[in-house]
Design a protein around this ligand. Structure first.
Ligand SMILES: Cc1ncc(COP(=O)(O)O)c(C=O)c1O
Length: 381
């Protein structure tokens, strides 16, 4: 076998030394407080069966897309689902990508041009960061949800703006590592006043807060682009960028992660359609919100609220500093039957290591109470 490069081996050793080495986990039958399947759709039998029926009824009993959407892969269901997304999310146009990762990389590597500016929250998802790295535009990072720091970064890009730069500002409506949200009303007003293009990643908001925070706050006409993903609350796969018809046409022509890849198989596209029909008719998101309320109430009763990052979403994080300590508490909870995962540095800054509780419609009140009682015991040991 060929020798593995020494400098790469050293990087692995360094991770190991910091107790931060990533390993693929073996699935265990634990109470789920870690998956993104917020509504239980990934295992929903009705969704599975109705999707199969849709494929049969449309005579698309195929296993794969057979090519890029620009060649042979643009099967008929794509039109149907994109039209449905426009209706459900109040958008002029929708373009499906293979994943949220592809959507963000595709957008940020192709839309902002050389000489343009991208302002981004320091906690923005890695997929946006990777798109920015691939872009020829200049990125400016501002402190998490901090409007004053954002304004200081806007001052710092004065030279680019005076040369006519387009400015893109990107944030998440629910942050994946903290579960908190920016003040989208204020941000959108600020962007309007300054003619910035606001881009919002709604991956952890759709399905949890209806069709996302943007329609809820009636901001759809103020947003340049929204990224919605289907691998989380909708329990399936894929993502879409919502925006104008012109943006869609631009992405079809220039977003390389859209062009140079095989499209989603018909089954995935059909599942997106069915998941949205089921969602409209179901009560599961109400149940999820009740569970979030119950969780927050118990956190307060157990006097754990100082430990938790303020959040009203399905992501609730308890800060437990240090990779060793947070891993230890997570393992203790797992030994008691609860799947709660640690988020380690360098995924989050050192000192901000945390246990991330992902809440679901199918978690029972008893499970929520028990896991929090255990947490209170373990953190006080
Ligand atoms: C905020 C955010 N955006 C995008 C993505 C990527 O979505 P996908 O899993 O569909 O690639 C994720 C998933 O981790 C995410 O948390």
């Amino acid at each position: 076998m060929q020798q593995f490069p020494e400098k790469l081996r050293k990087r692995i050793e360094e991770r190991n030394k910091n107790n931060a080495l990533r390993r693929l986990p073996v699935p265990k039958d634990l109470v789920d407080f870690s998956s993104n399947d917020y509504l239980g759709f990934a295992k929903d039998e009705q969704l599975y069966e109705r999707t199969y029926r849709l494929l049969v009824d449309n005579a698309v009993e195929m296993n794969g897309a057979t090519g890029s959407r620009l060649l042979s892969g643009n099967h008929l269901l794509y039109d149907e689902v994109e039209a449905k997304l426009c209706e459900d999310y109040d958008s002029e146009a929708a373009l499906i990508f293979n994943s949220g990762y592809d959507a963000n990389v595709g957008f940020f590597s192709s839309v902002p041009q050389r000489g343009d500016v991208i302002l981004y929250d320091e906690y923005i998802h890695a997929s946006v960061r990777d798109g920015i790295t691939m872009s020829l535009a200049k990125g400016y990072k501002f402190r998490h949800n901090d409007l004053d720091d954002l304004k200081s970064k806007v001052k710092a890009c004065h030279a680019e703006r005076s040369r006519g730069a387009e400015v893109y500002l990107v944030t998440e409506s629910v942050f994946s590592m903290d579960g908190d949200s920016p003040d989208l009303d204020v941000l959108s007003k600020y962007c309007d006043e300054n003619r910035f293009h606001l881009v919002v990643d709604e991956a952890h908001a759709v399905g949890v807060f209806g069709n996302g925070m943007i329609p809820r706050l009636q901001l759809t006409s103020n947003i340049f682009a929204r990224i919605i993903t289907f691998g989380k609350a909708f329990g399936c796969h894929g993502a879409a960028i919502l925006g104008s018809n012109t943006l869609k046409s631009y992405l079809v022509n220039f977003a390389r992660s859209f062009i140079y890849t095989t499209g989603l198989p018909p089954h995935s596209v059909a599942t997106i359609i069915t998941a949205h029909s089921i969602y409209t008719a179901s009560e599961t998101s109400k149940q999820l919100r009740e569970n979030i309320e119950h969780f927050l109430q118990k956190v307060k009763e157990l006097d754990l609220h100082k430990q938790f990052i303020a959040s009203c979403s399905a992501i609730q994080c308890a800060i437990i500093s240090g990779n060793d300590r947070v891993k230890e508490v997570s393992q203790q909870l797992q030994q008691k039957g609860f799947d709660v995962r640690p988020i380690l540095s360098p995924t989050v800054p050192a000192g901000q290591e945390r246990l991330r509780f992902c809440l679901h419609s199918y978690n029972s009140e008893e499970e929520i109470e028990e896991v929090l009682h255990l947490l209170a015991t373990f953190v006080n040991q």
